[in-house]
Design a protein around this ligand. Structure first.
Ligand SMILES: [Ca+2]
Length: 119
């Protein structure tokens, strides 16, 4: 089952249980702008068709990463590890950029997903 809403859903426990957050396309730092879902807690996730979710071990899209393209009931190797997340249309290439925009906030800085796909 795809996420009921949004482009991705993340869950604190395996098998889509526990505290959850529904996220739209963009970049987020766990514990700062992911509602009830904190840092280093997610254990499962759902991905909308046509989207890719990338988890990062550190804030602002840094550290070890892993990309998911389908619902994943157990984040093998990435359990209770993710500190930030990027949600983007599949095949879209880009990077976290600092500036005005939406999504991840840390202190005075804002980060967002910048599409760098060549036309
Ligand atoms: Ca967990």
């Amino acid at each position: 089952m795809p996420p009921a809403a949004g482009k991705a859903q993340v869950f604190a426990d395996k098998d889509y249980q526990g505290a959850s957050a529904t996220l739209e396309e963009g970049c987020y730092n766990f514990g700062l702008n992911t509602g009830a879902v904190g840092n280093d807690v997610i254990s499962s996730l759902k991905v909308a068709a046509g989207y890719e979710v990338t988890l990062y071990a550190d804030y602002n899209g840094e550290g070890a990463s892993k990309t998911y393209t389908s619902d994943t009931p157990w984040l093998e190797g990435f359990n209770d590890t993710a500190s930030s997340i990027q949600i983007a249309a599949a095949g879209k290439t880009g990077e976290w950029s600092q500036g005005s925009g939406s999504s991840a906030e840390t202190g005075d800085d804002w980060f967002y997903f910048e599409d760098t796909s060549s036309a």
